[in-house]
Design a protein around this ligand. Structure first.
Ligand code: HEM
Length: 451
């Protein structure tokens, strides 16, 4: 598949660059100090972003040594970046660890390569395919939860990570990952650390010695799965019935390309869901009233039956509970693009090659769109949010290909856990940690007792 650059020049955008431009504001010393105090108080850089946006408006430029992205927030900028000016931006910043890790994976690819891969993979993640995944989802939940002992305490973050990993591997690649979790756990966490925000932001070539070994371990495993599937399809002539089958059967898609897509789905498809589920479990423990409404709804809709697609349609409060969790704690809290040409928006000049980000986190907490934005209040979703003010799955043509999958998955797992367990939160003080996705730290420490 040919590597094609996107960024078709847009006549209106090009013409606008001849207008006089407004300078993009940067934080001064006092504001930087205020932001630093916020970071120290909240133990997270995200509320500091709110400080900058509050003082400087919806656009400002971060002013770190060798890292000066344009930071935007709000529905208008998100719509512009993701939809209106989409053709003028690239996703891939080749030196970013995520691009080095995923190579030609859907998340980081651009142009025709991206679009054709997305068309190829879409059917496996389309709403129609999800009915067939529901049973795998609740069974994976049971397999992990049945290991819990009533008097033990557990950090729900790794517990839901295991569930999410089992589900991605089973539904998309027909692989039972349970016997392999222990073998690949450390390597997976190592790989996630490699792409988490860190010193590489300022020093792109910082040595990361153990990462290579971890990645080799995972790559060998993925290539073994691909080889076995290729052999199986050749011997039996069977029709592909999952994402791996689609990829292996597609013309012109070699093993290296399949590895890139598999790793993309494993990383993008489990780490985000882990973040969402961990925060949802935290809210079940932290908000007794909301939790009670969940229990009442799940009991009346499911009774003793395992969740089915028909049940999911009736779990309306669970929908709102999940949306509110995604609003306050969006696992993918920031999107990033690289300008493929000079362009102008709202009088600001953006130069070719500059990085422009949109903050999902800040947008989800802006008083312009949300009343009492810091409160956890699921019923606010009884009303439709302003378009592009709620974008946990991004927007436009590059929105999350797994959005429907993730919503069904979260509903199945949470409904099944609530149906079968009572949870007690033992450590209510958590802060938002910016790993690859937004995680509760030091963890969601809970006791789970079978109902
Ligand atoms: C709660 C769960 C999830 C959240 C919050 C989430 C969030 C997002 C967001 C915000 C984007 C767009 C990023 C951007 O604009 O740059 C995205 C893209 C993507 N997501 Fe998800 N995601 C989730 C689950 C999943 C799942 C389950 C899968 C796969 C099984 C997946 C696969 C992808 C891929 C491949 C892309 C890139 C799509 C493209 O560029 O065409 N995600 N996700």
């Amino acid at each position: 598949m040919a590597r094609v650059q996107s960024g078709t020049p847009c006549a209106t955008i090009a013409r606008m660059t001849t207008q006089p431009h407004t300078k993009i504001p940067t934080p001064n010393g006092n504001l930087a100090l205020k932001a630093l105090q916020t970071i120290l108080r909240t133990r997270s850089p995200l509320p500091a972003l709110e400080v900058f946006h509050g003082a400087l408006g919806k656009v400002f430029r971060a002013n770190l040594p060798s890292f000066k992205p344009i930071m935007t927030a709000g529905a208008e900028w998100a719509r512009w970046l993701l939809v209106e000016a989409r053709e003028s931006f690239l996703w891939k910043a080749p030196k970013d660890p995520i691009a080095r890790l995923l190579r030609d994976g859907l998340l980081v690819a651009d142009g025709e390569m991206h679009d054709s891969m997305r068309r190829l993979m879409n059917p496996a993640l389309h709403r129609n395919a999800l009915v067939g995944y529901v049973e795998s989802m609740w069974r994976a939940t049971d397999r992990i939860a049945e290991q819990w002992q009533p008097h033990e305490t557990y950090d729900m973050l790794p517990e839901v990570r295991k569930i999410a990993l089992l589900i991605v591997m089973e539904t998309l690649f027909s692989v039972d990952f349970m016997p392999h979790i222990t073998n690949y756990w450390a390597a997976l966490l190592h790989t996630l650390r490699y792409i988490s925000p860190g010193i590489w932001v300022l020093w792109a070539d910082v040595p990361r010695p153990n990462y290579r070994r971890a990645l080799r371990h995972i790559d060998n495993y993925l290539h073994q799965i691909i080889r076995l599937r290729r052999a199986h399809l050749t011997q039996t002539g069977a029709q592909p019935n999952d994402l791996l089958g689609i990829l292996v059967s597609a013309e012109g898609v070699d093993d290296a390309m399949i590895r890139d897509q598999m790793l993309t789905m494993i990383i993008a498809g489990h780490d985000t869901s882990t973040g969402l589920l961990a925060w949802a479990m935290y809210m079940i423990g932290a908000d007794a009233q909301a939790a009670q409404r969940l229990y009442d709804e799940v009991d009346s809709v499911l009774g003793d039956a395992p969740p089915s697609m028909e049940h999911l349609a009736q779990l309306k409060y669970l929908d709102r509970f999940i949306d509110e969790t995604l609003r306050l704690y969006p696992p993918a809290h920031l999107g990033s693009r690289i300008a493929a040409q000079d362009l102008t928006h709202e009088g600001y000049l953006i130069r070719k090659g500059e990085r422009v980000t949109y903050s999902i986190y800040v947008t989800h907490r802006m008083a312009d769109y949300w009343q009492n934005p810091g409160d956890f209040y699921p019923d606010r979703f009884l009303e439709k949010p302003v378009p592009y003010s709620f974008l946990p799955f991004g927007g436009g043509a590059r929105n999350c290909i797994g959005a429907a999958f993730a919503q069904v998955e979260a509903k199945v797992i949470l409904a099944r856990l609530v149906q079968r367990y009572r949870f007690t939160l033992l450590q209510p003080h958590v802060h938002m940690h910016m790993a690859v996705t937004l995680e509760p730290r030091p963890g969601v420490i809970m006791r789970a007792v079978r109902r």
